[in-house]
Write a protein that binds this ligand. Structure first.
Ligand code: PMP
Length: 438
């Protein structure tokens, strides 16, 4: 089983310092529930639901069986006037939990593909409505929207753009919403809604008729969980409406119960025109993502093309892959049968209390959190941005997997966690973040 007789020379690891990894490999061999095991058999608690993917816990039998059965029944379907019934069933199921009216669904395989698909849908919509000059996008500092060229252009985490020269899309950034006064706020900060007026300023500067869409994560995830101030998303909605700009919520992390509702959009009571989702859609077991759009957006694009050709000349070989559809349907059934979104909401108070109990530790400079996601800002070391990876290694050695980003940790356990699981995770955090020698 644990055959470790392989060369590590050939696999170029993503998002990883490969030299450091080779010196000190951190591998997972097995996973079940909220636990990983290393090839040596050491147990590691999973404090980030994989990568915000495995909301229902690892190794779900129901998903494994659905995938196995689907490969035997129909392993692949082509596009170009072909489809499989299972993709319609999945889209219909999703429509049942998506915000009212946002019930037309386009499938892809990753969050990055969903973001770039959403950008192209926004452009196609404006063209269909006779406004092809709306080609500019607005996003936000500290935002993360995947790594394809559109998403890299939208990225407000500058490190994600730095190495890739001039990227193709025309993007203007708003400010992020964090400030010093918000430190140690549990839930939504009271002040800061007016930062949405950045969108109004951008409209004045560039002309609203040039802007296609504004992309935001309702809670900025990858930077370390930055929760929107009360009223901020509502204000973005108002300004976008005033100027005919599409509002896009990137719910790749916040979707599927992470905030306490199916989607953050419902949790915060603001409905976007377009929404991206991925990760927990299949509980991380099979790659899949989706873009949900308002009915009128799909209708406008479809009715604008009279000729017998695809209305949206866009898609991927693996869009609506039947095996991914089967995994997603099995996942949504688990969420529904086990009432996992409700469970996550109920667990959130205990979770956030645990996180905020770390407040006075020497390595903690800020805590943020909402629902079942939190950000632990670390006291920076001599090299800004380096503390996260030091702490991440120390946590791994102590038996906890948590994703680090710069000087922050993103602690977001699975929705199936028990109170004991959470307490065990917080204990490891307390031990490591209590150290003064980091
Ligand atoms: N958007 C957001 C908000 C994300 O958090 C991520 C992944 N962390 C992506 C897009 C990209 O997803 P993927 O890595 O599946 O391409």
């Amino acid at each position: 089983m644990n055959d470790m007789s392989f060369s590590m020379d050939h696999h170029w690891l993503p998002f990883t310092n490969n030299k450091l990894f080779h010196a000190e490999p951190q591998m997972f061999q097995k996973a079940k529930g909220v636990r990983y095991w290393t090839p040596e058999g050491r147990e590691i608690l999973d404090g980030s639901s994989g990568l915000f993917t495995c909301a229902a816990g690892h190794g779900r039998q129901e998903i494994a069986e659905a995938v196995y059965a689907q490969i035997q029944e129909l392993d692949y379907t082509p596009h170009f006037q072909r489809a499989a019934p299972i993709s319609f069933k999945l889209a219909e199921k999703l429509a049942g939990i998506l915000p009212e009216g946002l019930d037309r669904v386009f499938f892809a395989s990753s969050g990055s593909e969903a973001v770039d698909s959403a950008m192209k849908i926004c452009l196609a919509y404006h063209k269909a409505k006779g406004e092809p000059q709306r080609t500019k996008f607005v996003s936000r500092a500290w935002g993360y929207h995947g790594v394809n060229l559109g998403g890299t252009s939208l990225a407000g985490m500058v490190g994600n753009r730095r190495d890739f020269g001039g990227v193709t899309c025309d993007v203007v950034h708003m400010r992020h919403t964090w400030n010093e006064e918000q430190r140690f706020t549990k839930g939504q900060p009271e002040d800061g809604a007016d930062l949405a007026l950045d969108l109004e300023e951008i409209c004045k500067t560039y002309g609203p008729e040039t802007i296609a869409a504004v992309f935001v994560e309702p809670i900025a995830g990858s930077i370390g969980t930055v929760v929107p101030p009360k009223g901020y998303l509502n204000k973005l909605r108002e300004i976008a409406d005033k100027y005919g700009i599409l509002l896009v919520f990137d719910e790749v992390i916040t979707g599927f119960g992470r905030t306490g509702s199916a989607f953050a959009s419902q949790e915060f009571g603001v409905t976007p025109d377009v929404m991206t989702m991925a990760k927990a859609l299949t509980n991380g077991a099979i790659p899949m993502s989706a873009v949900a759009v308002k009915r009128e957006i799909q209708e406008a694009v479809i009715s604008s093309v009279q000729a017998d050709r695809p209305e949206l000349m866009h898609g991927y070989t693996y869009s609506a892959h039947p095996v991914a559809c089967a995994a997603a349907l099995a996942t949504l059934k688990i969420y529904e049968d086990d009432k996992l979104f409700e469970h996550g909401k109920a667990l959130s108070e205990v979770f956030l209390d645990g996180v905020f109990s770390l407040r006075n530790l020497p390595q903690v400079s800020d805590l943020r959190g909402y629902g079942m996601m939190s950000g632990i800002q670390l006291t920076p070391g001599d090299t800004p941005g380096a503390k996260g990876s030091i702490v991440q290694r120390r946590l791994f050695a102590e038996g906890l997997h948590v994703k680090a980003t710069g000087d922050a940790l993103i602690f977001a356990p699975a929705l199936v966690s028990t109170e004991d699981d959470l307490a065990a995770m917080v204990d490891v955090l307390r031990k490591v973040l209590g150290a003064s020698d980091l």
